[in-house]
Design a protein around this ligand. Sequence first.
Ligand code: GDP
Length: 503
Amino acid sequence: MPPMTSQEKNTKARVVAIVGRPNVGKSAVFNRIAGKRVAIVHDESGVTRDRLMREVDWQGQRFSLIDTGGVMVLNKQTEKNPIEAGIRAQVDAALGDAAVAILVVDVQQGIHPLDEEVARIVRKAGVPCVLAVNKCDLLQHDASAEEFARLGFPLFPVAAQHNRGFGELMEVVLPHLPPATNETLEKPLRVAVVGRPNAGKSSYINRLLRTDRVIVSDIAGTTRDSIDVPFTIGSGPQARHYTLVDTAGMRHKHRIDNAVERFSLFRAEESVKEADVVVLVLDPDLGPTVQDKHIAALIQENKKGCVILMNKWDLAMEKGMTQTQAEPLLRKIMPFMSFCPILFVSATEGLNIRKSVEVIDAVAAQTRVTLPTGMLNRTLIEATHRVVAPAKAGKRLRVYYAVQIRVAPITIRMFVNDPKLATKQYTDFMTRALRERFGLEGAPVVILYRARTRPETGARAESTQAGRAVKSAKNAKSAESAEKAAEEAAEAAADAMFDMAYD
Ligand code: GDP
């Protein structure tokens, strides 16, 4: 086993293990829960695929999820006593780290002796356990699920294929996790402060660190040459942690010449790459210079959340400049940053400094938004009706479904007849439609196209479900139930594509 990463060590206590005999749908359950994934912490899937661990964010709750899928494959030869040979070791290993276990069983197969065996191992390990009675595709299955009460754990009917029942299941699972430490609850937000020399980056950071309730944990050294400044606002469970990446100070060391210019751009690039949110500091007097545009392009290329600070606003105001004048001008010069909030601040006078943190927080939250599948699809389908889709050689682009496959940056995968037909213009239009509907201020949106391929068996079943939902939408008596059924139809349709999207 590779050595544990520090991240893994931190999250070790907040671990949920998925256990169960083969073929009950553990992987599907895993994918449903890990769907809103943060990052792959650790993937040991090799020949044996003996353990898969992923950091998960379930409605703001972070934890690690372990899957012990494929354990039986190891034991094909020793079929007579598979438990003794391997399953026990696997389940034990998973349970060793876990605060709570989800035991997956298959309602359509009924209780299997191996289910009882795994239940016994879990009980012996003293790990709290919740039963996910999988494959409850239909209401009548829920009644059969009761049979599993015999295993002695609270049970929840779910259907991983149809994303059914997971809210209720997780509601019972999550309270078993130990309270999150600061690190696991919320990794510090990495905020890179960039801008050309003299824009006021240092002044802004210094002012920010002197603001009420800001607690600076540590300032490494006095040279302040592109360093990380960790700070916290508030205390206790309400505390918000930040790491400011300060790229200022370079110009104090060197005269600006080409080499240094290149160097400082390189430093800016590095800090932008690692940031969650980038703060671009501009000086209205000179503003936006070629160098500012370079930096803005960096932010755009790296698809980072961004806040624009128009600094030295005290001087601008003295000159009679107003925000209503300045803002459109700025938007015009940097049209590709048009979705980023602009805040007028004065680092030396302390104007809007506190507010800037709120805006940074808001942008950070926007980059991590999960758009509800039904609404996402309706928004995009509506948008397709507003413009003529691009065409080449008589073939016109057709959009079927969309699913969000990632946050930070928000990434939408659109299933279309032929991705080659998509144009930048069309993508920009779709992105605007999403912004109109969902806001997403300061958060970049990425749209990827994929050719729709033939649905697989599971997907086909879901398509059938989608068909049924559409039918019930048509037959619905009230507008409200029609809307609900339509939403279900869109979700089921998007679900049908879900597994293909997560390749
Ligand atoms: P950096 O190179 O981007 O870190 O810029 P500094 O923070 O060193 O600021 C450059 C100069 O601009 C300094 O002389 C600051 O005092 C001045 N400055 C920074 N912010 C403001 C502001 O909001 N208003 C005014 N009037 N001067 C500012």
